[in-house]
Design a protein around this ligand. Structure first.
Ligand code: AMP
Ligand code: GLY
Length: 427
């Protein structure tokens, strides 16, 4: 079958890399892809805001399955347009993508279905929001309701920070996304990322992962899209995975189906593991980036079959097998990220760095021209390794990082440190 993957990140490179291994694949296209995707798929220029153009492309190339990577086209209804044209799509409808597109929508769904999450209130005006902050005090969490490219959340340590965050949202810092504000109780615990394929009715849990959101070593500095990740997440015991499925994922799947907006695609729950158990911080309606890279590294089964079964409502018969080993990925970013950064610096040494069997380098913001790879984005490479434990995967990943010749880039040197400490204390 011919497949079209939509997106340009490390997540989409990892998805293409996994799909490319399937015996069912004939031709793999990726729009727009990147310098690394070009090694496993045919990268094409396609304006994904132009839904008719995507439909025409799919008909021309006899695309049997479209896999939509990022959240923005999902929230904008690309899956709806493709399905209306008779195409098979992995990814939720715009109505179901509200789980990521509106934090208030998700909080109300949790409240109505007894799904454990932080206590909250929704506001469309500044004055009552400010009064609520003063009443509750700090620490407290302020969130723009809509999509804000991962920047719409302030975990305020002081009341002044919280008041300023509320003012900023209503002053238009996040545009339309901040027209409504959700204010939440601050949860305490360890975070983990939980993924399940969902075909509308059936949910199949995938492996667990943890990422590092802050730019600096020791989880310091500003938030980013994610500077590294590892799978499995040691904090997620079998019992916690079962509770997450029973208390969070399945009630959501049932509620969405009952509302006439069944969720199909991958449901990504950002969890806080608190003293009382898993609580939902937020939903995403797509794979995590860089979590997807470590999941794909551990997956042994035919992923294309699982994606197709999800899209067609046949998930019941699918069973996925994962390597026992740990996968760990280190993000290499352009100097300056997540602030302003230069584009166009050259990257060398990738073939050498990626040559060991237990290393895979997934590209994000790269372009390949005449054999030369240049950096054209903030997060640029995901240097990913497998190992018998976290410490070993970490050592292999950093050996590969050190063989990449890219003076314009930087990375954190401590990805996985909590998991390594946990491992060491258990030995
Ligand atoms: P989100 O964009 O909702 O994932 O939020 C970004 C980050 O803010 C999360 O990964 C958490 O680290 C933090 N966060 C969000 N909501 C809460 C909360 N209610 N309590 C504590 N931390 C939170
Ligand atoms: N790494 C977190 C995310 O993809 O949202």
């Amino acid at each position: 079958m011919n497949i079209l993957v939509i997106g340009s990140g490390g997540r989409e490179h990892a998805l293409c890399w996994a799909v490319a291994k399937s015996p069912r694949l004939k031709t793999l296209y990726c729009a727009p892809g990147n310098g690394g995707v070009a090694g496993v798929a045919e990268c094409i220029n396609l304006d994904t805001d132009d839904h008719d153009a995507v439909v025409r492309f799919c008909r021309d190339r006899e695309i049997a399955l479209v896999v939509i990577g990022p959240e923005a086209p999902l929230v904008e209804g690309l899956a709806d347009s493709l399905k209306a044209a008779g195409l098979t799509v992995f990814g939720p409808s715009a109505s179901a993508a509200q789980l990521e597109g509106s934090k208030g929508f998700t909080k109300d769904l949790c409240a109505a279905n007894n799904i454990p999450t932080a206590a909250y209130a929704r506001f469309t005006e500044a004055a009552p929001a400010l009064a609520y902050v003063r009443e509750r005090g700090a620490p407290i969490v302020i969130k723009a309701d809509g999509l804000a490219a991962g920047k719409g959340v302030t975990v305020a340590e002081t009341e002044d920070q919280a008041l300023a965050a509320v003012e900023a949202c209503f002053a238009g810092s996040f545009g339309e996304a901040g027209a409504e504000v959700v204010i939440e109780e601050c949860l305490v615990g360890e975070e983990a990322s939980f993924f399940a394929l969902v075909d509308g009715a059936t949910a199949l849990p995938l492996a667990t992962a943890q990422d590092h959101k802050r730019v600096g070593d020791g989880d310091t500095g500003p938030n980013t899209g994610g500077m590294g990740a590892y799978s499995p997440a040691p904090v997620m015991t079998q019992a916690l995975c079962e509770r997450t499925m029973a208390e969070i994922i399945m009630p959501t799947v049932r509620a969405m189906a009952n509302a006439g907006t069944p969720f199909k695609g991958v449901l990504f729950a950002g969890l806080m593991i608190t003293e009382t158990g898993p609580q939902l911080i937020e939903y995403n309606v797509r794979f995590g980036d860089p979590e997807c890279q470590v999941l794909m590294m551990r997956l042994q089964s035919d992923f294309l079959a699982a994606l197709e079964a999800t899209a067609k409502g046949d998930l019941d018969g699918i069973d996925l097998v994962w390597r026992e080993e740990t996968a760990l990925t280190v993000v290499m970013a352009a100097k300056g990220y997540p602030g302003a950064y230069d584009k166009g610096s050259m990257i060398a040494g990738l073939d050498d760095a990626g040559s060991p069997d237990d290393v895979e380098i997934f590209h994000a913001g790269t372009r390949r021209e005449d054999g030369t790879v240049t950096a054209i984005g903030g997060r640029v490479l995901n240097v990913t390794a497998l190992g018998p434990n976290v410490a070993a995967a970490q050592a292999t990943a950093y050996e590969a990082v050190d063989r990449v010749d890219w003076p314009g880039g930087f990375c954190r040197r401590d990805i996985g440190y909590r998991a390594v400490a946990r491992e060491t204390s258990e030995m």
